[in-house]
Design a protein around this ligand. Structure first.
Ligand SMILES: Cc1cc2nc3c(=O)[nH]c(=O)nc-3n(C[C@H](O)[C@H](O)[C@H](O)COP(=O)(O)OP(=O)(O)OC[C@H]3O[C@@H](n4cnc5c(N)ncnc54)[C@H](O)[C@@H]3O)c2cc1C
Length: 431
């Protein structure tokens, strides 16, 4: 039995690892390349940044092909393309989140525990936080927001606090799902890089293979099972190209970073998001948003040494649309905007009280937790698959999750990949 896993992010890597470790033949198709972090001194781009010569956020892909951005109005959707998918761009924050799952009867408790046991996590000691970050934590505590130090899948001995987690970890301190792929490969799995799944081929309602565009042009790869784990956007593209309708329910957990100023704060010299607190359907965390810093016009006037940022990660409305080419239509709703306004007032109060000065400037609204395009219905939870899929085709990523999280999603994606892999491994006979 040959399983093809599409994508090497949190969900695909976990599915590939589980199946390989149970003796299955696994081939991973990855559209991008083996991951390489940015090692050039991006801080040398400061003078260009100030004049606007860096252009828009689209420039980032030219410098760093693993980060792709797509704009829909004021929203920028970020995707990680390459080994590890978005996990290679992550801040290493590890949170168990499961908003909207109880409503459909999906309990991933066991999978969360198994995924957790495969990650080594820690909190960053307060001595390694910048003084402003410490003061903002104390203020949040006094305000009754119950902040806590964030768990990180980062080896602190190797971490040099460069503050550039989203551009890849140059020292290898940060975990990403490429490590699970390496483990799967040591168990016999194969990986094809630069190989983008185009369309699933089915005959008589049963999967027979997948057409793939890669270094050798378009080829057909035979498979008994295909597991789509290409992320909320990538999976929706492959499904549509294969004739399977998707839902206009894309959510992105937008990040809205409020930028303030404090001379010599040097916030970039710490691990980003070292603490967090939760509000009404959002998370607040100290974070100097690099996309806003380099590409957002209203952030140009402040130097990186003096910039202080705090993010609001919002659980947004599931209302976005992805087409087969990957074009995205998505907008904030009135309800989203009202919740952002409320959370912004809290963030500005924290920052002011901690000595950070205005004018407070809202950064580029960008989201990289992508899901909701093929939501699981309660009647399909037991089998973990929709009857609209041909036999042998599975979806295993955040596309399955009906609502946004407003919280880090790597663990959830991995837990879904694991649950789907277990269902495939079990066979469906006893369901
Ligand atoms: C900048 C950033 C920071 C983040 N920080 C955190 C954090 O600190 N903590 C946290 O928990 N979460 C974080 N996230 C979110 C988290 O990384 C993602 O939710 C998670 O990785 C999703 O896993 P996935 O497997 O569903 O998809 P992805 O990680 O997106 O992986 C999908 C993979 O599929 C590949 N692919 C796409 N289409 C195709 C195709 N047609 N054929 C073959 N391959 C294809 C892509 O190249 C990619 O490798 C962050 C995300 C971003 C963008």
């Amino acid at each position: 039995m040959r399983h093809v896993v599409v994508g090497s992010g949190a969900s695909g890597a976990m599915a590939a690892l589980h199946l390989s470790s149970h003796g299955h033949q696994v081939l991973v198709l990855e559209a991008g390349r083996p991951f390489r972090p940015i090692t050039r001194k991006v801080r040398h781009a400061e003078p260009l940044r100030r004049t606007g010569a860096l252009g828009t956020e689209r420039t980032i892909t030219r410098i760093f092909p693993h980060m792709r951005t797509t704009r829909s109005g004021e929203l920028v959707v970020v995707r990680g393309i390459g080994l590890g998918g978005c996990t290679a761009l992550s801040c290493g924050s590890i949170v168990r989140t499961e908003r909207g799952l109880r409503e459909i009867g999906l309990d991933l408790n066991r999978e969360f525990e198994e995924v957790g046991s495969k990650l080594s996590t820690c909190t960053v000691p307060k001595e390694r936080w910048r003084p402003t970050t410490r003061r903002m934590f104390d203020v949040a505590e006094r305000m009754g927001l119950r902040p806590e130090a964030s768990r990180k899948a980062i080896d602190l001995e190797r971490c040099v606090s460069c503050g550039m987690c989203e551009l890849g970890c140059a020292t290898g301190a940060k975990w990403d799902s490429g490590r699970w792929i390496e483990e799967a490969v040591s168990l016999g799995a194969e990986v094809l890089y630069g190989s983008e799944a185009q369309r699933v081929i089915a005959e008589d309602g049963k999967v027979t293979g997948v057409s793939v565009s890669g270094p050798k042009g378009t080829t057909l790869i035979r498979a008994d099972t295909i597991i789509l784990a290409a992320g909320g956007v990538g999976t929706a593209q492959v499904l549509q190209r294969s004739g399977v309708p998707v839902s206009d329910g894309l959510w992105i957990d937008p990040v809205i970073t409020i930028g303030g100023v404090l001379k010599g704060a040097r916030q970039l010299n710490e691990v980003p998001m070292s603490w967090h607190c939760f509000g009404k359907e959002h998370m607040i965390s100290p974070y100097l948003d690099l996309l806003s810093h380099y590409f957002h016009p209203s952030w140009r006037g402040v130097s990186v040494k003096d910039r202080v940022g705090v993010m609001i990660k919002l659980a947004d409305s599931a209302n976005g649309r992805v087409d087969a080419e990957g074009l995205i239509e998505k907008a904030l709703t009135q309800d989203d905007v009202e919740r952002i306004v409320e959370a912004t007032a809290t963030v500005e109060a924290i920052m002011s009280e901690a000595g950070v000065k205005g004018p407070f400037q809202v950064g580029m609204i960008n989201g990289g937790h992508l899901g909701g395009t093929f939501p699981l219905r309660s009647e399909d939870v037991k089998k973990m698959r929709s009857p609209s899929l041909p036999e042998g085709l599975w979806v295993a990523d955040l596309s399955l999750v009906p609502s946004s999280q407003g919280s880090p999603t790597m663990m959830l994606a991995a837990a879904l990949g694991l649950r789907v892999a277990k269902r495939i491994e079990d066979g469906l006979d006893h369901w």
